[in-house]
Design a protein around this ligand. Structure first.
Ligand code: SAM
Ligand code: SF4
Length: 326
């Protein structure tokens, strides 16, 4: 029987973080310390990841997204993708900061990856460098070019908007989507940053983004699968699309179909889970595939009804985004 939780939600989507290392230090995600990551022996090896993936696919997972940290910094990621594809993943994608994408794109396509999400938080090189604490603007733009010229479809570009930092670029991003004929997605800033600077005032609500774009262009809503994170629009008579991910102001937990495995082998049933569930221990201590599958079923059954960001007693999880995998 496919995975479901006690609220009847089918769990079909898996995000696998393959590393907590990253070549960027985005202010809304990582701390400034470049060495703030776990030791290699703490991370699941490729054979351990292969085994867990096989077990999870046997439980009805259909969509897999590879993430991190920055997934392209881990050597061997293309081979892992090829093995996942041969296991029969229907929809295989990656979220990347794009720095290494131009160099890796052909190999990702050859490995069988279907689509890609690239993060880009500013169209202004100086601001981009301030947000990511890198000098990588042109590398990321080259990655987007390369992805658009490849067989990867669709190409989505993600921006996390932070009030006072890059919220002046809503219209510029919309223009970028139109010019480049790509899907531009705006993600609300969530309380998952390592520096714990998140406050509600820093969140730019999706409704405000929509209003601003609609003041310039006519948007037409696109059909939307209930478990999808983004509400989608196209420009009437124009190219490109917009996606609004209102995780904070309009949570979509009621139809959530996602679970996650962290790079150190913990199963998480929500970005905001208080607890991790230790699959690495089981993999390394002689548990059978059947034991592991049974444990996953139990944990998934207890998936949280929703995140509690908007509740007065909300406490951010101890793991921040880079240690979970977005
Ligand atoms: N390094 C890759 C990247 O940046 O695309 C993949 C990992 S990153 C953690 C995955 C996604 O999470 C990115 O789109 C990133 O912008 C987003 N993200 C990170 N911190 C966030 C936060 N505090 N709130 C909302 N989204 C966040
Ligand atoms: Fe790295 Fe992605 Fe986090 Fe930026 S958002 S620090 S690129 S993991």
């Amino acid at each position: 029987m496919p995975l479901t939780d006690k609220f009847g939600r089918p769990i079909t989507d898996l995000r696998i973080s393959v590393t907590d290392k990253c070549n960027f230090r985005c202010v809304y995600c990582r701390s400034a310390d470049p060495e703030n990551h776990k030791a290699d022996h703490e991370l699941l090896s490729w054979p351990e990841l292969d085994r867990l993936s096989r077990i999870l696919l046997g439980l009805g997972i259909q969509k897999v997204r590879i993430t991190g940290g920055e997934p392209l910094v881990r050597p061997g990621v293309e081979d892992f993708i090829a093995r996942l594809k041969s296991l029969g993943v229907r929809d295989l994608s990656m979220t990347t900061n794009g720095h290494l994408l131009a160099d890796h794109c052909d190999r990702l396509v050859a490995a069988g990856m279907d689509r890609i999400n690239i993060s880009l938080d500013s169209l202004d090189p100086a601001k981009f460098e301030k947000i990511t604490r890198t000098h990588s603007f042109s590398k990321v733009m080259a990655g987007i070019d390369r992805a658009q010229a490849s067989a990867l479809r669709p190409v989505k570009v993600n921006a996390v908007l932070v009030r006072g930092l890059n919220d002046d670029e809503v219209e510029a991003f919309a223009e970028f989507a139109r010019e480049r004929d790509l899907i531009m997605r705006f993600i609300e800033f969530m309380p998952l940053d390592a520096d714990r600077h998140w406050t509600r005032d820093l969140v730019v609500p999706a409704a405000e983004i929509q209003r601003r774009i609609e003041a310039r262009w006519k948007l037409e809503p696109l059909p939307h699968d209930r478990s999808e994170t983004a509400r989608k629009f196209r420009f009437a008579g124009g190219r490109g699309q917009i996606g609004l991910i209102a995780s904070v102001t309009q949570p979509f937990c009621g139809f959530c179909s996602r679970i996650r495995i962290t790079a150190d082998g913990k199963l998480r049933t929500c970005l905001f889970s208080k607890d991790d569930h230790d699959l690495r221990y089981m993999v390394r201590n002689g548990h059978t595939d059947q034991d592991i599958a049974g444990y996953i079923r139990e944990v998934v059954n207890d998936k949280e009804e929703g995140h509690r960001i908007n509740e007065p007693d909300f406490v951010p999880p101890s793991r921040t985004m880079v240690f979970i995998g977005g």
